[in-house]
Design a protein around this ligand. Structure first.
Ligand SMILES: [Zn+2]
Ligand SMILES: [Zn+2]
Length: 339
């Protein structure tokens, strides 16, 4: 019998197609080894030596070299083809029936490593920490401007996840509005808090730690699990144990634990499922919600092992052809090489 499951936080329903469910190993069939890339590509705008091919950097972690020259470990630059641009006014204008506004905001690229052929899962711990440090620095700067209502950090890995450049990078977009799905999640979280006086995400965390069957990994400050109503096979959420509304509140002494659990989960996917394409995004509350008791930032990883089709587009509801508990067990047991 197929099953419908509801996400406790968003109230979103998902069909878990148990009748058609695939075993974890079914997702490996036909997958080839990851392609071999050169460590440096002279035509790649993100490779060292090509700093002139990108707009001037907004942030970098470098060993004493001047901006926009080689010698960086992580480099953040405005996107050359931005979805939103900083100059303009975030003012709504009525046009007959409709509302419009200038596409004002920010769109930056976080170049995660000088090495062209690496991916986040294969970077050493210290380098992933540098990436998280860059995420937090840019988040805090962009979030300090009230015109940026939401600051979203995300990563697209592989063609099926929508990436065009192979050099390891993430992106950060600051939008002048709060998108509807975020608004709805906030609304549900606020309702939960009003009714029960508790953060819905703290409640989910407590429950998952108690029943254990969907836990993938945990450390001192973070927990990774497959959500009860996972929308796609091997979806993983990472939550801080301590309540924090926005990503910018991540304290210094928890930063390396966050890097460690993200790296571990990405390595489990990389080695266990042969480098699947994936998207990840950090769900965080908008600009004005810092310190709020009802929202709790988290990172969501959605592997692209299946393709959403007509049903998903028509209904907005996902059909997941894998069992969350089975996926969690599989990932828990994947052993990743040291290094
Ligand atoms: Zn490159
Ligand atoms: Zn919480």
């Amino acid at each position: 019998m197929p099953e419908l499951r509801q996400d406790y936080a968003t109230k979103e329903w998902v069909i878990i197609a148990t009748e058609r469910a695939k075993r974890p190993h079914d997702f490996l069939k036909g997958r080839s080894e990851p392609p071999q890339l050169p460590p440096h590509d002279p035509n790649c705008p993100f490779c060292p030596g090509n700093e002139h091919m990108t707009p001037p950097e907004t942030f970098a972690i470098r060993d004493g070299t001047p901006p926009n020259t080689p010698g960086w470990r992580v480099r953040v630059v405005p996107n050359k083809f931005p979805a939103l641009v900083p100059n303009g006014r975030p003012q709504r204008v009525r046009l007959g029936l409709y509302l419009r506004m200038d596409g004002v905001g920010h769109h930056e690229v976080i170049i995660e490593s000088p090495e062209h052929d690496k991916t986040l899962a294969l970077l050493p711990q210290w380098q992933v920490e540098d990436v998280i440090r860059a995420y937090r620095a840019r988040y805090q700067t962009l979030n300090s401007d009230p015109a940026n209502e939401l600051v979203l950090i995300f990563r697209n890995q592989g063609e099926r996840a929508g990436t065009s450049l192979v050099h390891p990078h993430s992106q950060i977009v600051a939008t002048p509005i709060v998108p509807v799905p975020i608004r709805r999640t906030l609304y549900e979280a606020e309702r939960h808090y009003d009714a029960l006086g508790r953060c819905v995400f703290c409640d989910i965390l407590e429950h998952e730690l108690e029943c254990k069957e969907r836990i993938v990994a945990e450390n001192r400050h973070f927990v990774a699990f497959v959500p009860y109503a996972a929308r796609v096979p091997f979806e993983v959420h990472i939550l801080p144990r301590q309540h924090q509304a926005t990503f910018g509140e991540l304290p210094d002494d928890q930063l390396s634990a966050f890097a460690a659990i993200l790296r571990l989960v990405l390595r489990k996917l990389y080695f266990g499922l042969k480098n699947p394409d994936y998207n990840f995004a950090i769900s965080t509350a908008p600009h004005y919600s810092q310190g709020e008791p009802h929202f709790h930032w988290h990172l969501k990883i959605l592997p692209r092992l299946t393709t959403p089709a007509g049903f998903e587009i028509g209904s907005g509801m996902y059909i997941n052809v894998a069992l969350p508990e089975e996926n969690a067990k599989f990932l828990r047991e994947v052993e990743v090489p040291e290094g």
